[in-house]
Every structure is written in structure tokens, then in C-alpha cells.
Design a protein around this ligand. Structure first.
Ligand SMILES: O=C(O)CCC(=O)C(=O)O
Ligand SMILES: [Fe+2]
Length: 233
């Protein structure tokens, strides 16, 4: 996580949020996710992807809608795409690849645990993770550009579903707040420059905690002192 003044403002290139969903919750969603419109997709002549996949729309499946909403609310972002994988057993897998959508990637894991690794394009170095039921993996578009990723085959018998949610930049709404803060400081500057021109009557009422209205670059704006803080609206 990236912090500024104690507030989360962004994510690291890779984050693994262990047990983001409780087992009680994944148990509810797993049967619903198995009901998605799973397909075997051909990816080369006479060859199908070594797992089942599905590309649901919003409004099709309650579990998908819930997971999208969670990502959008927790990470203050907007989902721009979704892709689902169903590994029927350890024999199903995802070969090394890059997502290449220039999007931020969040992946929820349901069911059996599977290994996942990134391979650096530059050094060939592998970074391995164990993705367990309820885990949430994140990686940035920059990380995707420099690495391949893979879910190798395993001796695991159980099935696993992964829900991949592509999004805009996480916490981008907080940059809007920053813009708001910049606007606030412009207003304070405008207020201070007008203070000396206030007539004594307005000056007195302002200091008594009353609201005064002044013209600012944003139009008519109200100012008030509360507990030593200037309030503007
Ligand atoms: O199943 C996963 O955790 C990853 C799947 C994946 O990389 C993909 O669908 O692009
Ligand atoms: Fe991928």
C-alpha cells in the first residue's frame, strides 16, 4: 500500500490480500459462480484453452455483481472488464501470458488452492504465490508490462474459480479530493486578501462565529469560523 499522511493513496505493483473474503462468504458465492455460462474456447486450430472460461456482463450473476461492487467500493475505482476462469481440477491451468489490457487487475480466488507465479521478462526470475480460497491478488498495468504470469498444473483434485476484474486506477477518486483541497486553498487565499477590506461590522460578526458571504473566483461563497477552523462552502 502507498500512504500519504497516513491515508492510503495507492497500491504497490503487486499486492496479495489474504482471505479478503471469509470462508463463510466464499461458500455462498462458489455454487453461484459454478452456474456462470462456462465455455470451452478454441485458442488455436483444434486446441481449446486448458480450462473453462466465461465473460459475464453486469446484472447476469449476483456473485459477480457483488464482487465488482466490492472492488469498486474498497479500492475506489471503476470496473472496466471481467473475465472468469474455472479450473475443473489440477489438470486445468493457465499458461504463462500477459494480460496486456493496460488495466489494473484484481483476481478473487474461490475453491482449491493453486500456485501462481510472475516471471520477470528482464531477468527470468520467478515470484511465487499461493492463491487460496477468498484471497485477492492485485497487479498493476506496469507490472503486467514487465512480467508474464501463470497458474501451473497441480496435483490438486478440487476445482478453483478465479474472477478477474479489470479496473481504472485504484483510489483515483482520492485525486479528486486532492483537487478539491487545492480549490479550498485558493478560496482561503481569496478570503485572506479580502479580510482587510471587511467593514468593522462584518469583521465583528465573523469573529463571533457568524457566517459571512464574499465574492470569490467560484462565485458567492460563505465563510465561518468553527473551533478555530475556517469553514468554506
Ligand atoms: O486464475 C488466475 O488466478 C489467473 C488467471 C489469469 O491470469 C487470466 O485469466 O488472465
Ligand atoms: Fe492473466
Amino acid at each position: 500500500m502507498k500512504y500519504r499522511e497516513g491515508i492510503v493513496v495507492g497500491l504497490d505493483p503487486v499486492e496479495l490480500f489474504k482471505r479478503e473474503l471469509e470462508p463463510a462468504e466464499t461458500k455462498i458465492w462458489m455454487p453461484l459462480l459454478r452456474e456462470l455460462c462456462w465455455e470451452e474456447v478454441e485458442w488455436a486450430a483444434n486446441r481449446t484453452l486448458p480450462r473453462k472460461v466465461c465473460k459475464p456482463q453486469r446484472g447476469e450473476n449476483a456473485a459477480i455483481d457483488h464482487l465488482i461492487l466490492l472492488i469498486e467500493e474498497i479500492f475506489e475505482t471503476t470496473a472496466i472488464g471481467i473475465w472468469c476462469n474455472w479450473y475443473r481440477s489440477g489438470k486445468d491451468w493457465t499458461p504463462e501470458h500477459q494480460d496486456q489490457y493496460e488495466a489494473h487487475v484484481f483476481t478473487y480466488s474461490f475453491g482449491a488452492s493453486r500456485n501462481f507465479y510472475f516471471k520477470s521478462l528482464e531477468t527470468g526470475l520467478l515470484t511465487e504465490y499461493l492463491l487460496e480460497d477468498g484471497d485477492l491478488m492485485y497487479f498493476s498495468p506496469e507490472h503486467d508490462a514487465n512480467h508474464k504470469h501463470c497458474v501451473p498444473r497441480s496435483a490438486e483434485d478440487g476445482d478453483r474459480i478465479s474472477i478477474v476484474i479489470f479496473t481504472d486506477e485504484p483510489y483515483s477518486r482520492r485525486s479528486m479530493e486532492k483537487i478539491d483541497q487545492e480549490q479550498q486553498s485558493l478560496m482561503v487565499t481569496s478570503f485572506v486578501s479580502q479580510l482587510e477590506r471587511l467593514n468593522p461590522y462584518m469583521w465583528q460578526s465573523f469573529h463571533n462565529g457568524e457566517t459571512i458571504t464574499l465574492d470569490t473566483p467560484e462565485g458567492k461563497t460563505q465563510f465561518r469560523m468553527r473551533d478555530g477552523q475556517l469553514e468554506i462552502w
